[in-house]
Design a binder for this molecule. Sequence first.
Ligand code: ATP
Length: 546
Amino acid sequence: MNIAKQLLQKSKYSIALAILASAVSAATGVAIIGGINYALGNGLPDFTLGVTAYIGLLVLLLGSSIWSQVLLVKIGYTMVYRLRKSLVARILNTSIERQEQLGGPAIYNVLTRDVTMLSNATKQLPVAIYNSLLVIAGLIYLCWLSPLLFAFVALVVVIGVWSDAKLTASLQKMLTRIRHIDEDLFQQYEAVVEGRNELALNSNRRRFLLEQQLIPTAKASRDESVKSEVLWALNLNWTTLLVFTLMGVIFFAGMQFPSVTQETVVAYILAIMFLRTPISMVLDSIPAVLKGKVALAAINRLTLEDRDELPTRDKQATPKFQSLALKDAVYQYPAQDDEAGFCLGAVNLNINAGELIFLVGGNGSGKSTLAKILTGLYQPTSGEVLLNNKPVSTDNAGELRGCFSAIFPNFFLFNEVIDEQGNSDDHPKIDYYLKRLAIDHKVSVDKGQLSTTALSQGQRKRLALMLLYMEDRQVLLLDEWAADQDPVFREVFYREILPELKQAGKTIIAISHDDHYFDCADHIYKLDCGQLSSFNTGQQKLFATN
Ligand SMILES: Nc1ncnc2c1ncn2[C@@H]1O[C@H](COP(=O)(O)OP(=O)(O)OP(=O)(O)O)[C@@H](O)[C@H]1O
């Protein structure tokens, strides 16, 4: 369902109440103007009653406007809160494949820029609703005052609404263009932040990024933004001109029609003056509301998972891991432009509990892709994944993922240590593992928080392994973990840590290029251009003796 509809659905009763309060407030405002006009024309028969009624209306006006504003502001912020919660949950529930297709900048753009735009729009929405109701109440009053003069008002309203609708359509197109330009800008920001070392070293690349990419994109964004703001400012002036023209027309027409009294003309002009502020406030809020609409469209374009419930603990109980098998599993990456995507498989593979498996193969042969299928992060395009001889589908992939802890080459190092129950706290095992991984002199843990993650790449990987120890999952996937370790610790990893983990009952799948240690594995599988074969033991022994 459209995210805007979902949000509006959840707040529908509060919105109805806020509109009611706004309507009361708007009607009271118009009643005050009407009362003054009436007294001006007909005098005040009972002064005390007049003053009492006036004070009563003022109290009602103050009460209802405060009530409506409080309700509307609450609705606005509650919608932003729900949007943030729902968006993050939907991203977490979206498949890894889809997230990878979208890329980091597109997701960041939505979480920062679009949420801010929507937040601004929801803050403007109350102002727009309140003032629109005020304008509607004012128009009803004008129609009641003189249907004849109202014909002129109606004509001006039609012209105003028509020109606004035309401009709003152009504005929306411009804002959509700005949103696309800003998407490119976010990608370039990513290059600025992530490519800091390369950029600092290479002035040609720095100049290219700045002169050929960032500056033209930022300029395009500036030019479109200026155009859209100027267009809207012109519209505001045009509307002001229309209102003054209307006052002139009423004034002169009133003189021409004997049936229109001078009091009616004065009352009309007073009411139109009164309506000028709400009209310009409604118009002022339109760009922000349109930007919110463009942001909503961008969020919907991401086609994230619809489910927005936050992950709960133990939703799918993790079974005892006995075996994992792939039966004719194929994974096909989508084609890019004219180039066919990489195809892994068909892969047939059996892994039993307690085994130490090595996955080897050249760069781009499909090892990480296979690792993502084994861990349940990717669903095979065809074929089957069997956990304990039971087929894994999208519905029960959580059971498979629950068996695994993994360190991928592009791993993220979290600041918090989480144990197997999902709790973050001090634990005697933490110090033991920090010592075992020889990083106790660099990092300490206080109340589950790591003292630092600003470490060398090899140390960061050791820390990631400590987090993985603490998660205490049954199957561990280590994708080229040892690649950043020094020779001494690499030896410790293959000759001590892996055997210790195996002895502790863990099943281990290690992706490796370290042929010196191939003899440690129970089974070695080799990938070559997406095809898996068993690496024969003769080759394994040969590597061990070399
Ligand atoms: N997100 C992706 N979208 C499209 N194609 C991809 C994606 N990730 C990888 N590929 C393609 O799949 C192929 C296999 O990639 P994979 O990362 O599985 O290789 P690998 O064996 O782990 O390589 P390496 O040893 O270099 O890490 C690559 O040739 C690459 O072109």
